[in-house]
Design a protein around this ligand. Structure first.
Ligand SMILES: *[C@@H]1O[C@H](CO)[C@@H](O)[C@H](O)[C@H]1NC(C)=O
Ligand SMILES: [Zn+2]
Length: 398
């Protein structure tokens, strides 16, 4: 312990590099895939989000309840908090509209709240008021489902890791946690302005700035405790191209791009023309050019132009939080159109993003040795059998 602290003082850069372990090929191969849970009609995770869910409406309440039920029933170790605010909007005739952010956190056991640095994974769950009936499957139903799946993927491994390492207190850069923000009120009601947009994220960033941790804490407030704010938006259409927006977090972008490259090389990217299933469908077996989702891993320091896209990260970035913005540019063709619905998602692309995001978080949290994929499968099997048994019993009762 003493030695590693000394090491940290002497060489912080070196120790960070030393602490970063890549996931093994074996783990990448075995990471669970969403499969039937992402069925757009009756899948347990995604289907309930694919409905209009404008802030302040019944659909918004129902989708939020879906998240709450999912975490309470399946992932009870995650702390669940609401962050509530209200604001009038240009279409509310002076009435206050409620905005409810959901905050899900897993910190190592036995740590103090102000001492845990958190990888913060973010998507918005509200949908746009117009056009009427707008679903927003890429914007951002699918990203929300990806985060649910990610939490489920890493949950048991986190528990195991913290058991093994005494609450992660031996981490060189201090205890690490994970946080998911499902934000409300991202969309404008009328047209995008500074006041008609980002209702939930603006209120949350403002409140967190003044929510001080106890005096001797490592991190001043919950903003300071965000080690990286990873915002997913507009994901789920075919052939996305996501640039690296910020020089300060390009190192994290490169880590994600590296995982993408490895998944592709291992033949695990379903949307790839070179995935075995797609190869099997065509006569000409010559490998095809394979465009990456993350296109700028080799971007040079001088070519970051500033600017960027207005989204939920803005109020956090303005307060000094490090941002990794995972949003395609150009936007998907379905953007803010009625056809941004379940049927227009490219499910292979959705699945690839899902695995990539889960792998990124697993690698960040250094979970490689702590997965028990066999146990995961056993559990699924027991569940399926239980359902079957219940079905049978009910059937047999006259
Ligand atoms: C925030 O809103 C949620 C959902 O409406 C509600 O369940 C919760 O009690 C509210 N929390 C506070 C502190 O008002
Ligand atoms: Zn939108």
């Amino acid at each position: 312990m003493f030695l590693s602290r000394l090491f940290l003082v002497l060489s912080p850069l070196l120790s960070r590099a030393a602490a970063y372990h890549k996931l093994s090929d074996e783990t990448l191969k075995q990471l669970p895939r969403p499969g039937a849970e992402f069925d757009i009609k009756n899948g347990a995770l995604l289907a309930p989000i694919l409905r209009p869910r404008v802030s302040g409406t019944e659909g918004n309440v129902a989708v939020r309840q879906h998240f709450v039920d999912f975490f309470r029933n399946n992932l009870p170790e995650w702390t669940l908090e609401f962050h509530n605010s209200t604001s009038p909007t240009p279409t509310s005739n002076g009435k206050e509209v409620p905005f409810v952010n959901l905050i899900l956190t897993r910190d190592p056991p036995g740590t103090h709240v102000g001492d845990v640095g958190r990888l913060t994974m973010v998507a918005h769950y509200d949908s746009k008021l117009t056009p009427k009936g707008f679903i927003g499957a890429t914007d951002s139903a699918a990203p929300c489902a990806m985060l649910m799946h990610m939490a489920k993927t890493i949950d048991a491994a986190l528990t195991k890791r913290w058991k093994a390492s005494g609450s992660g207190l031996d981490d060189l850069d201090g205890p690490k946690g994970v946080q998911i923000l499902l934000l409300d009120g991202e969309e404008a009601f009328k047209s995008w302005t500074d006041t008609d947009s980002l209702y939930g994220s603006r209120a949350l960033a403002e409140d967190w700035e003044y929510s001080f941790h106890p005096a001797m804490s490592t991190y001043r407030n919950p903003l300071d405790a965000i080690s990286l704010f990873v915002l997913l938006d507009l994901l789920g259409s075919k052939n996305p191209t996501v640039p690296s927006y910020f020089k300060t977090t390009h190192w994290a972008y490169k880590n994600m791009a590296d995982i993408e490259a490895r998944l592709r090389k291992l033949g695990l990217f379903k949307s790839s023309p070179n995935h075995p299933a797609n190869m099997a469908k065509r006569k000409n077996k010559k490998p095809r050019r394979e465009p990456n989702f993350l296109t700028e891993a080799d971007k040079k320091d001088g070519s970051f132009l500033g600017g960027g896209i207005e989204d939920d990260h803005v109020p956090f970035m303005a307060r000094g939080v490090d941002i990794l913005h995972i949003i395609p540019s150009p936007f998907p063709k379905v953007w803010h159109e009625l056809i941004d619905d379940g049927e227009h998602l490219d499910m292979n692309t959705v699945e690839d993003w899902t695995v990539l995001v889960a792998a990124f978080v697993a690698e960040w949290m250094e979970l490689d040795e702590f997965f028990d994929f066999k146990a995961g499968k056993r559990e699924e099997k027991v569940k399926a059998e239980t359902v079957h048994e219940q079905g049978k019993t009910e059937f047999e009762i006259p």
